[in-house]
Design a protein around this ligand. Sequence first.
Ligand code: FDA
Length: 284
Amino acid sequence: METSPRAAFLTKRFIAGMTLEDELQVCERLKSEGAFAALDHLGENVTKIEDAAAARDAYLEALASIETRKLPASISLKLTALGLDLSEAACVEHLRTLAKRAQEIGTRVEVDMEASSYAETTYRIVEKVAAEFPVMRLAIQVYLHRTPTDIERFNRLGISVRLVKGAYRELPDVAIQKKSEVDRAYSHLMKVLLKHGTYPALGTQDEKIVNEALAFVRAKRIPPDRFEFEMLLGIRSDLQKRVLREGFRLRVYVPYGAAWYPYFMRRLAERPANVFFLLRNLLR
Ligand code: FDA
């Protein structure tokens, strides 16, 4: 599917395109609308060490373009794209290289959170690299039972957190299963982050939660430059515009590249209506 010429037609709602140039055009548009971007060069669970180096190089190229085009953009990556399954040492080295370059040009490296089996290793690696380059932001999934303790840990260390509900299928012993409970936990933890976190990002398109966050920061007089909302390309653009209109910061997560299949499937799985939308387009 990833090499099909019809891929762009299927994926264009959620993915900027196959090339960095496609990505940069979306970032330019976002910039003109007053939004920041997080560039995600798609890829995960690489099985060859050369592919991990290629992922690092793709991000270095993205950072160079961010610098020359003066884009208000960070990069966002998965440690398994940098070879975590193959060599932790190589993965850390690639991450250090990217963090150093990001720091030089005044931006950030955001680390996505993958399946729960990677959680502790990911936290440990981010902690290590952030001690040297304090430009890291780490995604933390609300649905994991361990998360309240981890939020405290990263608040204490002054490492920026992107709070997300969690997009992987996890078992009851590691994760909350009921959506209403995840939503409740999100409301609570976002307030902890807004009060005690270091420039946190609220990674959600849930309008109820966004409204609650806005009411909370207004009541507590938390200035809009102390945190960001972060939302995915192609999802709730109306809400994205509203957040900007109301004077708050928004970063849009913009994926690009050929390895789109797992990302795309997670977006479909989150919302069954997307599958019908896709089928309708295919039939048409
Ligand atoms: P919820 O699922 O309640 O959706 C709220 C509303 O948003 C829906 O009613 C619908 O209108 C809209 N919506 C949500 N998902 C949609 C979709 N796929 N298609 C169409 N509409 C949709 N997860 C993870 O495990 N690791 C990570 O690193 C990240 N990173 C990340 C970054 C950013 C910026 C965001 C916004 C999200 C992530 N996620 C993630 C994904 C996250 O865990 C979660 O699965 C999705 O954000 C959906 O949850 P919401 O908080 O949006 O709420």
